[in-house]
Ligand binder design. Structure first.
Ligand code: M6R
Length: 611
């Protein structure tokens, strides 16, 4: 979603701001802007659409703008007000002396706006953020102190915010604060950076301090002061960021998505490393702190997640129930938080999130925590807000994922669920996982084989790229694979794709089948193979264009299916981890063939930080 960058130091701020925003572009946005202080004047530059539009405006006045060594920048994903230049950040006050960028939502902005308008503030946008700019300006007029103005202003705000503020009259000072939205300060030599996410600043510094809720940081080129909302000075916890700038390079691939799909064999190896040491040894999950006796007493598990993470959670349900015999419910976080949920100290609540910043999932786990449940977070970002809510953590180690469409993080989540399910079963005394552990160890080679034959999938993609709709069918443990395959396709190609349990097809969806409808059957060997084959026959009888994704070598399939995507043979229980790879590739090649913006699909954001 939105992204923030700030800089104060001795270098031209503009280059650092634009570079930082470029590295946040992957998050999805629809307008951008910066504010700088040139010769004692705060100046705002904004543009709707791609960041390049802003760069063009800025570059035309570069020699003027680069005199500023302080600035704030923002990419906006519209929530309040259309994605126009007027609504783009930074926002300012009547006199134009304050500039502010904001991530999150100010929930009481209507009341604040009404009050501020009565006091004479003139609003130029439809955003919730502009209220903060006017509010800070009002408080500054009373205190003549920017930190105090921000502190007093935030006391009146309800909702979520990460804010970065500069003021024309307080040269060489940048103030930042947050509540329920991430923000960190990067520390250089005689300079500081502010960012809503690591990629914005990782090429400048690895030394950083994460802000906690309600903390306010005041930066000058050579000082950093941290206070809480009551004005108490706090000690600073400086850490070294565990990221490498190289993660933000496409490394020769046309898109980040393709690169990330290809990283999956190594992602599996990484996830297993240190946790699955030998197939005859129990799984080790050091950051799972749930007491072993309590684990044995669990009567219920609830898993909350959104989107792709929800699909990984559905596989988690299947295997935890199978291996451990504990009932598991999986629910979209956005539903979980709006109903009465029944949890207690014998309920384990698992939050799954690539980013660890998905607002609905954060709210869901906080809600469960209040009810006394142990919270286990499965995330790719151990530095995230969600990870900080965790009693137990399963870091999935996929490395930074840039493409909006999640691929390698899904793989890492799925593999982490296998480890978690086996770990829990072993604690409960079930010990028959030698074969599955062996399958996990050889999985990366099988994925490599699929990747080595990607041209076949590319051919299939081309053949079906003119379809307006797509149906994916599967049963059992691969039903989530069908949902995820369909989600990947619709996300990046905008083709209407739906996943169904194959048995449900004849209860309604079959009415849609004709010669224009591709039906992709996920036909992995195992107990539901024959059933899906029959369902595929039923679809074929309605003239659907049949595609199979299978590990079977049965020649008879050639009569039923127009195209067959083959993968190496695999244990049915682990098959979702292999079957998803060709579906990711299929979606990728269809979108690429259609000329879509694969890494930054329209309307989507990498992390959805609003409910
Ligand atoms: O960061 P999270 O895993 O919590 O994000 C949840 C969804 O927004 C995310 O999985 C989304 O569905 C992906 N873009 C799918 O590719």
């Amino acid at each position: 979603m939105c992204g923030i960058v700030g800089y104060i130091g001795a270098q031209p701020a503009v280059d650092i701001l634009l570079d930082g925003l470029t590295n946040l572009e992957y998050r999805g946005y629809d307008s951008a802007g910066i504010a700088v202080n040139v010769d004692g004047q705060v100046e705002l530059y904004k543009a709707e659409g791609k960041l390049q539009n802003l760069k063009d405006i800025v570059n035309a006045k570069k020699s003027h703008i680069e005199k500023s060594t302080i600035g704030i920048g923002h990419i906006r994903w519209a929530t309040h007000g259309a994605p126009t230049t007027a609504n783009a950040h930074p926002h300012s006050c009547n006199c134009g002396r304050v500039a502010i960028v904001h991530n999150g939502i100010i929930e009481n902005y209507k009341e604040l706006r009404e009050k501020l308008e009565k006091q004479g503030c003139t609003f130029r946008s439809q955003t919730d953020t502009e209220t903060v700019a006017h509010l800070v300006a009002t408080k500054f007029a009373q205190t003549n102190d920017l930190t105090e103005a921000v502190r007093l202003a935030t006391k009146e705000l309800e909702g979520a915010y990460a804010l970065c503020v500069i003021h024309q009259d307080v040269k060489n000072t940048l103030v930042a604060t947050r509540r329920n939205a991430p923000l960190l300060v990067g520390i250089g030599e005689g300079e500081y950076y502010v960012a809503s996410d690591v990629p914005a600043i990782i090429s400048y510094t690895k030394k950083a301090m994460y802000l906690d809720d309600n903390q306010i940081v005041t930066l000058t080129p050579d000082s950093m002061k941290l206070i809480d909302s009551e004005n108490n000075v706090l000690s600073q916890k400086i850490e070294t960021l565990p990221w490498e700038p190289v993660a933000l390079s496409k490394m020769g691939y046309k898109h980040f998505m393709l690169k990330e799909i290809h990283e999956q064999p190594d992602v599996v190896r990484n996830v297993l490393s240190g946790k699955l040491k030998a197939i005859d040894e129990p799984i080790k999950l050091n950051e799972v702190t749930l007491d072993k006796d309590k684990l044995k007493d669990l009567n219920r598990i609830q898993i909350v997640a959104c989107g792709t993470s929800l699909h990984a959670a559905m596989i988690g349900k299947y295997i935890i129930e199978d291996f451990c015999g504990i009932a598991v419910d999986v629910e979209p976080s956005s539903e979980y938080i709006y109903r009465k949920t029944i949890t207690d100290k014998n309920t384990l609540v698992i939050g799954v999130s690539q980013s660890g910043e998905t607002a609905d999932t954060i709210t869901a786990v906080r809600q469960a925590k209040k009810q006394g449940s142990h919270i286990l977070i499965v995330t790719n970002r151990p530095d995230s807000t969600m990870a900080r809510e965790a009693d137990s953590l399963v870091p999935v180690n996929a490395g930074i994922e840039v493409s909006v469409a999640a691929t390698k993080s899904y793989m890492a989540q799925v593999i982490s669920f296998y480890l978690l399910a086996i770990y829990m079963a072993e604690v409960k005394g079930v010990n028959n996982f030698t074969e599955l552990k062996h399958e996990l160890v050889v999985l990366p080679q099988k994925i490599e084989k699929v990747l080595a034959h990607k041209e076949d999938i590319q051919t299939c993609a081309k053949k079906f790229s003119s379809a307006k709709d797509f149906i994916f069918i599967a049963r059992g443990i691969n039903f989530p694979t069908a949902l995820e395959g369909a989600l990947k396709l619709k996300e990046i190609s905008y083709i209407n794709a739906t996943g169904y349990t194959a048995g449900e097809l004849k209860h309604g969806p079959i009415a849609m089948l004709d010669e224009s409808m591709p039906v992709l059957s996920i036909l992995m060997s195992g107990k539901v193979y024959d059933k899906i084959l029959s369902n595929s026959e039923e679809a074929k009888a309605r003239n659907a264009r049949m595609i199979a994704l299978t590990d079977s070598t049965d020649e008879k399939l050639n009569d039923l299916f127009e195209s067959i995507i083959r993968v190496p043979e695999i244990d049915e229980l682990l098959s979702p981890a292999l079957a998803i790879v060709p579906l990711q590739l299929l979606a990728y090649y269809i979108a690429e063939f259609l000329g879509k913006d694969v890494d930054q699909p329209r309307n989507l954001a990498k992390s959805v930080t609003v409910e």
